[in-house]
Design a protein around this ligand. Structure first.
Ligand SMILES: C[S@@+](CC[C@H](N)C(=O)[O-])C[C@H]1O[C@@H](n2cnc3c(N)ncnc32)[C@H](O)[C@@H]1O
Length: 721
């Protein structure tokens, strides 16, 4: 068999019980639980061995198919459609590997070997569809999941939020993918604990949302099993939970601070102005593009300086520009003040507020992140428009020297006047609006340096007599536009001003070029001879610069390639990490099911033990002498009365009966017991060896289970008392 194992389930287990095989199925490509007897299983395994352990033989023998085919998103599209129609969740945005794994597993459980037959089952059987939905929405959760991270949340985030928030302000928190509520409750408790430490009282409001109605139902009830004692420290348990039989009920003070609601993070409108968002172990299930979409939604929903708390194998990958790391290992991030991130939601027409249902109103208040023009008078608007669009440019073109406005990323965002003499020759290819590729090379180096100094010192930087390299003879040949434009002076002045914009939270630099002269014959004649030698020297230097720049460019490209390769490896590692985590979560969820099942078995066993005890008590009370032997004639149980006839005590259970002497005057007991094992009932009367006057009646009967002899029951009763 190329990989995996086969699980065969004995008839003994009911269908429900048999679901414990799901655990094994994670590692198996064949799950077969149609219910076999032990003998069937034995025969199948023998056939399989005899056939040389070939997969095909196994499939033929057992009639099951191999699931090593790789399903594509397209092949699964019908199933995705069914799931959307029924649960309004688009699972095509979930990682394909997870979906395929679960589909294969459930096909095995239902003994189906083709995707079409599984699709038919899903179409006609709502339980099967719910089972698939539940398998895909792995809602494993626990209180204070990742203890260290929660501790760090308290220290580095919650304490700060409490201290910086005024009394009349409500701290707004969103737990995204809250599952059965443990995460939201843990955050609430952490807030209450910090309030106590800091002796501060604040209002908190936690929006806890999930797409899974069944999980939310549990969350709303707030009742948790006794196993939470493994995750919740004893003092917290006493303080915030009430014991109710075997369960724990969350106290109303905590419960009241949380609002649970259905919300699909892939498409429903987000909350806004949040101080803290916890989105843990949920992003990992989505494909990378959906992860990015969700991160952009969460980033918009946070206030400036609000905090984001992700799961241990998640991060703000791709959005680090918007966040400072608060604590890397705990995955705690603080949103920095940056230009607004525009949020576009393609599904917003479907969206509605999960708490009010007011879709339109909700959307406008949450999504309109860009400032709307306030209601100024029409005339004012017109005037401002005319000034900006027409008068300003005209005045600037007359009075302003050629300048470029550069943003903090080095992008040219505006050009004033004619700057053609200062820009590099345009060649075909991708358009770059970064000043470093836009300005002539030698000028770009000078400007870069000046901008850096201007930002560092926060002063105006003025550079005089900067030589324009294009005035070298070779450049003049290469760039005729220079002489066409009539620029003859090789020296210009450059001024760099920095401008901070509060509106955009951005730092701009204005680079102004001045003091160049326009061509005239007189100037040209005077200029040429004076500077020829100097220019030749200069052109040598320029050649050297060109070589160096070429080398630099090559190193940069090499570095870029290396960085890209590293990024790819990093992403791959991230993906496998996420894969591992989601598989782990699935395992946990199954483990929980197993524990539940185990609990049921324990109950059954104790019930059986009690009834066994009751039976023995009854037999003892009736002074009946009864001995139960197994198929090997070993003692399984006996009453006190029978013990006296055979000189046996409790410790002798499990030993063969023939090891013991007895008080009955019979010698042929072993042969008679064999007769009983063969199916006969033997009745005889005898006397006691030590008392000839006491007669006893002995009855040896087969112990049968489903018509099969499994042992012997011996009953002895005296004929006279
Ligand atoms: C593994 S649980 C994480 C629970 C909790 N955050 C934690 O870390 O303990 C993932 C949860 O994400 C929810 N989920 C999956 N897709 C979702 C979606 N599109 N919108 C909201 N919740 C979603 C699932 O229902 C599930 O309850």
């Amino acid at each position: 068999m190329p990989y995996g194992n086969v699980v065969l389930v004995e008839t003994y287990f009911s269908n429900e019980e048999a679901h414990f095989v799901h655990l094994s199925s994670l590692r198996c490509n064949h799950v077969f639980n149609k219910g076999l007897t032990m003998n069937d299983i034995h025969k199948d395994v023998k056939d399989f061995e005899a056939a040389g352990a070939e997969t095909g033989v196994l499939e033929n023998t057992l009639g099951i198919a191999s699931y090593d085919e790789i399903l594509t998103r397209e092949e699964l599209s019908n199933i995705f459609t069914l799931l959307i129609e029924e649960f309004n969740v688009d699972f095509s945005q979930f990682k394909l590997t997870t979906v395929v794994r679960q589909v294969h597993r459930l096909m095995g459980v239902n003994e189906l070997d083709t995707l079409d037959s599984y699709y038919e089952l899903l179409r006609n059987n709502s339980d099967a569809l719910v089972a698939l939905k539940n398998a895909l929405l792995v809602n494993v959760s626990s209180f204070f999941r990742d203890t260290d991270a929660f501790e760090q949340l308290g220290k580095s985030v919650i304490a700060k939020l409490l201290q910086k928030t005024s009394e009349d302000h409500t701290i707004r928190i969103w737990s995204v993918g809250c599952s059965t509520g443990e995460e939201a409750i843990s955050i609430a408790i952490q807030f209450f604990e910090e309030m106590e430490v800091l002796n501060i009282k604040r209002q908190i409001r936690i929006f806890a949302t999930d797409v899974d109605d069944e999980a939310l139902k549990i969350a709303k009830q707030g009742i948790y099993p006794s196993s939470i004692t493994n995750d919740v420290p004893q003092h917290i348990l006493l303080k915030y939970f009430e014991k109710d039989g075997d369960s724990y009920l969350i106290k109303s003070a905590v419960r009241r601070s949380i609002l649970f609601a259905r919300h699909n993070i892939m498409k429903d409108p987000a909350f806004s102005k949040l101080d803290l968002i916890s989105c843990r172990n949920t992003l990992i299930y989505f494909i990378p593009s959906m992860q990015r979409q969700i991160l952009s939604v969460l980033t918009c929903a946070l206030k400036d300086y609000g905090y984001l708390f992700t799961g241990m194998s998640e991060s703000v990958h791709g959005f680090s520009y918007y966040y400072d790391v608060v604590h890397d290992r705990s995955r705690l991030y603080c949103k920095t003040k940056r230009p607004s991130l525009k949020y576009t939601n393609t599904h917003s027409h479907l969206a509605s507020n999960p708490f009010t249902g007011h879709s339109q109103q909700f959307r406008s208040s949450l999504y309109n992140l860009e400032n709307n023009a306030s209601g100024t008078v029409e005339h004012e608007q017109l005037l401002s428009y005319v000034i900006q669009s027409s008068i300003n440019p005209q005045l600037l073109s007359v009075w302003m020297p050629p300048s470029v406005l550069i943003d903090s990323h080095g992008r040219v965002v505006y050009i004033y006047g004619d700057i053609a003499p200062f820009v590099s020759k345009v060649s075909s290819g991708r358009v770059m609006n970064y000043y470093k590729s836009f300005l002539r090379k030698s000028l770009a180096v000078v400007v870069e340096n000046a901008i850096e100094r201007a930002i560092e010192t926060n002063e105006i930087i003025q550079l005089q007599n900067i030589q324009l390299s294009a005035n070298s003879p070779s450049d003049l040949d290469k760039n005729p536009s220079l002489s066409e434009k009539g620029i003859v002076s090789e020296n210009i002045d450059i001024r760099v001003d920095t401008l901070a914009s509060n509106d955009f939270d951005e730092m701009f630099s204005v680079v102004t070029f001045s003091n160049y002269r326009v061509n005239s014959d007189v100037v040209l004649d005077e200029f040429k001879p004076v500077h020829r030698e100097k220019i030749l020297e200069y052109s040598k230097a320029l050649k050297r610069i060109e070589v160096l720049e070429h080398e630099l460019q090559q190193s940069r490209e090499y570095l870029k390639l290396t960085v890209e390769e590293l990024e790819v490896t990093n992403e791959e590692l991230q993906t496998s990490n996420e894969e591992l985590l989601s598989a782990n979560e699935e395992l946990q969820s199954m483990n929980e099911e197993l524990n539940e099942l185990n609990g049921d078995y324990q109950d059954q066993i104790s019930t059986l033990e009690t009834s066994n005890q009751d039976n023995l008590q009854l037999l003892n009370a009736a002074n009946l002498a009864v001995i139960f032997l197994d198929i090997d004639l070993k003692i399984k149980g006996f009453t006190a009365e029978a013990g006296q006839y055979f000189n046996i005590v409790t410790q002798d259970v499990g030993r063969p009966l023939h090891h013991f002497s007895h008080q009955l005057s019979i010698t042929e007991l072993p042969a008679q017991l064999d007769e009983v094992l063969a199916g006969s009932t033997v009745k005889l009367t005898t006397t006691l060896a030590n008392n000839e006057n006491r007669q006893v009646h002995i009855c040896l009967r087969p112990y049968k289970v489903e018509e099969k002899v499994m042992g012997v029951v011996i009953t002895i009763y005296p004929l006279e008392f």
